[in-house]
Design a protein around this ligand. Structure first.
Ligand code: PMP
Length: 457
């Protein structure tokens, strides 16, 4: 059945048809086969979305952590329509270029941490990490060190699903049936202060630095191309590292000529209250991968920002040999420019800091509940760690899925979780009243969660 014939069917019949067609036709990421229910979203405005039955939800996940400026922004619609009516699509291969890609590259260079002036465009996060990994290897290859092939990453990292990006991701679930397909990848321990019990009583940064130093020694410093990491782990649970972790890691890598890749697919463009989380930690990586918030998700897009040193090495001689069909897509670039205008004009970085702080204040009281281990926050990126036991800090036996379901069904709040933590990444336009609605809903539902993970009626 075509989509248009489905769309003509009225009311609840229409929803039933959609749900049936979804079950028959669609392959969803991460959906257990026995789960037959579907929530079919049909519209959005600001921080809210509405499903096909007319129910409204507070979108506390900003879709998937990318809806910085909120749903339904006319300014972005107009920018996209204008570009679609002028030059909808062109490419950047060889000497071809387009005005919007150039304007966006200049804009990003101006916003980025000093020294990250060169830009390679992609259509998403995994593509960006794939490019960053290749650039890092190619950088050393071009400079006469082809034996620098190893990539260091961290356990519990998420860098997207592609062969390279998936291999450096540290969550075992993404390797099932494939293994970490890229050779020469090593996963280090991630700094996770709340899970400090795993660090054998040592200071978290000292533990991680010692492990990094020993790993570099063991593999050999001249065999390592790069280390990749999310400045603040997102899918891993909004895990904020100790303030000295990244500066000390960057210093150690630099001493051995190992490149640092920051995966800022979630954290870039205001989520932490800065344009880039790199600024928060006072670290300038060699490559910085962005996507999601660059267009607030209105169309797929991404940008990898790199230093002049990296850019000039990889573009020398015959040039950088790889690219995508949609690299520098002018409509995506026009949408990104309009989106960055809104983030700037509406001071959304300041709002992420202020409203994020207010939300953290409101959520602090959650820690008194028996199943809440810790509330973490940086800007509008928050994690609520749920535990079966506060002393052992073990996760709920059910994970967080039943809690996320109760939040959706009982409180009209949409957010996602990993097995340990609820992840809260609302749009950066979230106001205080909406933050209060979110906090009230979380309080009401989490007060009904038992240590066995069940949600009482
Ligand atoms: N890196 C991080 C930190 C992410 O959170 C994600 C997606 N959630 C990705 C990379 C992958 O991005 P995409 O799904 O656009 O490929």
């Amino acid at each position: 059945m075509s989509t248009s014939s489905v769309a003509r069917i009225p009311g609840s019949d229409r929803t039933a048809r959609w749900v049936r067609a979804d079950r028959d036709r669609l392959i969803h990421p991460n959906l257990p086969s026995g789960l037959t229910e579907r929530t079919v979203m049909v519209e959005g405005q600001g921080c809210y979305v509405r499903d096909s039955s007319g129910r409204r939800y507070l979108d506390a996940a900003a879709v998937l952590g990318m809806m910085q400026v909120g749903h339904g922004r006319g300014e972005i619609v107009q920018a996209a329509a204008a570009q679609l009516g002028t030059l909808e699509c062109f490419h950047l291969w060889e000497s071809m270029s387009n005005d919007k890609a150039i304007e966006l590259a200049v804009r990003l260079g101006d916003l980025a941490p000093t020294g990250l002036d060169r830009v390679f465009f992609t259509s998403g996060g995994a593509e960006g990490n794939e490019i960053a990994l290749r650039m890092a290897r190619f950088f050393h290859h071009r400079r006469g060190e082809p034996e620098r092939t190893w990539i260091l990453s961290r356990k519990t990292a998420y860098h997207g699903i592609a062969y390279g990006a998936g291999s450096v991701s540290g969550l075992p679930v993404y390797h099932e049936g494939f293994g970490p397909s890229l050779p020469h990848v090593h996963h280090l321990t991630a700094p996770d202060p709340y899970q400090g019990v795993g660090y054998e009583g040592e200071d978290v940064t000292e533990f991680c630095l010692r492990e990094l130093r020993e790993t570099i020694e063991r593999i050999g410093p001249d065999r390592i191309a790069a280390m990749i990491g999310e400045p603040v782990m997102s899918v891993g649970g909004a895990v904020v590292p100790p303030p000295d972790y990244w500066p000390r890691v960057a210093e150690l890598l630099d001493a051995h000529g190992i490149l640092l890749i920051f995966d800022e697919v979630v954290t870039a463009y205001g989520r932490t209250g800065h344009w880039f989380a790199a600024e928060h930690f006072g670290v300038r990586p060699d490559l910085l991968v962005t996507a999601k918030g660059i267009t607030s998700g209105y169309v797929p897009h991404g940008a990898v920002l790199v230093t002049e040193e990296v850019a000039s090495a990889v573009t020398a001689a015959n040039g950088f040999p790889i690219g995508f069909t949609y690299t520098g897509h002018p409509t995506a670039c026009a949408v990104a420019l309009a989106n960055l205008d809104l983030i700037e004009r509406e001071k959304l970085l300041d709002n992420a800091t202020a409203t994020g702080g207010h939300l953290a204040d409101r959520l602090a009281a959650l820690s008194e509940l028996p199943v809440v281990g810790e509330v973490r926050q940086i800007g509008l990126m928050l994690g609520v760690e749920l535990v079966a036991d506060k002393t052992t800090r073990t996760q709920l036996p059910t994970g967080t899925a039943p809690v996320a379901q109760a939040l959706r069904e009982d409180a009209g709040i949409i957010l996602r979780g990993n097995p340990r933590s609820l992840l809260i990444n609302p749009p950066l336009v979230l106001n205080r009243a909406e933050a209060d609605e979110l906090a009230d809903g979380l309080h009401a539902v989490l007060a009904r969660v038992d240590p066995d993970g069940r949600v009482r009626p």
